[in-house]
Design a binder for this molecule. Structure first.
Ligand code: SAM
Length: 238
C-alpha cells in the first residue's frame, strides 16, 4: 500500500517529514495489518485511506500535545494492533515503548510487526491493565501513558494513572464525548493522583468528527489499592 496521503497530511498537520525509510515502514505496517486482519480481528478500518488517516495520522497527532525525547518511557495501554504507540515509535526511535494488550492474538501480531520492522526498544506485554498496573516493574515507571478507544474516562484513569510516574503525563485519545467523559472522571482523578491539564481538539483530513487529546498530569502517587482487581474498574467505576 502506498502512504502518499499520510506523507502529505503529516507535513501539513504536524510539520513532519516522512522520508523514504519511514514511508516503507508505514507501508509494511499497513500491508501486514490488513493481511493479518483476514484471520485475526485487529481492525474494522480496512480502506487504505482510512488506515492512513484514522490509524496512522490519528496516532501521530499525539505530537500536537507532547514532544517525544530520547529515552522517554512510554506505554500504550490496550494498544490493539499498535495504536497510537507504534506509529509514534516509528517517528521517534529513541523512545522506550511498551505495548500493553490483553488479547493474545493481538499481541501475536504486535510481536510479528515489531520483528518485521526490526524495532528495538519495544516491549510487547500480554496482560490486563489492572494486573500490569500492580507489577513493581511497571508501576509508576512511565513518563508518558497513552490510550485510544479502550474505556470511558473514569475507568480509563484507573487503568492509566498507576503506570505514570509523579510528574508524568497521561494522554487519552477521545471522540466527541471527551468533555462529558472527563467531567465524569473528576472523582477518579482525585483518588488516583491525576489533574486535568487540558483538552486539545484535533481535526484530521477526511475525518468528519473532531478528535480530542485529553491531557492528565500525574500530581500525586496512586494509592496501592488501585488499580483494583481485573474487571472491577468497569464493574464499579470510580
Ligand atoms: N488502542 C487500539 C486502537 O485505538 O486501535 C485498540 C482499541 S480496541 C477498541 C480496545 C483494545 O483494548 C482491545 O484490543 C482490548 O483487548 C484492549 N483492552 C481492553 N481492556 C483492557 C484491559 N483492561 N487491559 C488491557 N487491554 C485492554
Amino acid at each position: 500500500m502506498n502512504v502518499d496521503q499520510l506523507v502529505r497530511s503529516s507535513r501539513d498537520l504536524l510539520d513532519l517529514d516522512l522520508g523514504p525509510d519511514l514511508q516503507r515502514a508505514f507501508s509494511i505496517y499497513a500491508d501486514e495489518l490488513l493481511a493479518w486482519n483476514e484471520n485475526v480481528n485487529l481492525t474494522a478500518i480496512t480502506a487504505p485511506e482510512a488506515v492512513e488517516m484514522r490509524h496512522f495520522l490519528d496516532s501521530l497527532a499525539v505530537l500536537r500535545a507532547v514532544s517525544l525525547s530520547s529515552g522517554m518511557r512510554v506505554i500504550d495501554v490496550g494498544t490493539g494492533a499498535g495504536f497510537p504507540g507504534l506509529p509514534l515509535r516509528l517517528i521517534c526511535p529513541a523512545i522506550e515503548l511498551t505495548l500493553l494488550e490483553a488479547t493474545a492474538k493481538k499481541t501475536a501480531f504486535l510481536e510479528h510487526i515489531v520483528k518485521r520492522l526490526k524495532l528495538n526498544n519495544v516491549r510487547v506485554l500480554n496482560a490486563r491493565a489492572e494486573d500490569a498496573g500492580q507489577m513493581p516493574d511497571q508501576r509508576e515507571r512511565y513518563d508518558l501513558v497513552l490510550a485510544r478507544a479502550v474505556a470511558q474516562m473514569p475507568v480509563l484513569m484507573e487503568y492509566l494513572l498507576p503506570f505514570c510516574r509523579v510528574g508524568g503525563l497521561c494522554v487519552a485519545l477521545k471522540g466527541e464525548s471527551a468533555h462529558a467523559e472527563t467531567r465524569q472522571a473528576e472523582t477518579a482523578l482525585q483518588l488516583l493522583g491525576g489533574h486535568l491539564e487540558k483538552i486539545i481538539p484535533v481535526e484530521l483530513p477526511q475525518v468528519p468528527e473532531t478528535h480530542y487529546l485529553v491531557l492528565v498530569k500525574k500530581v500525586a502517587a496512586t494509592p496501592p489499592a488501585y488499580p483494583r482487581r481485573a474487571g472491577m474498574p468497569t464493574k464499579r467505576p470510580l
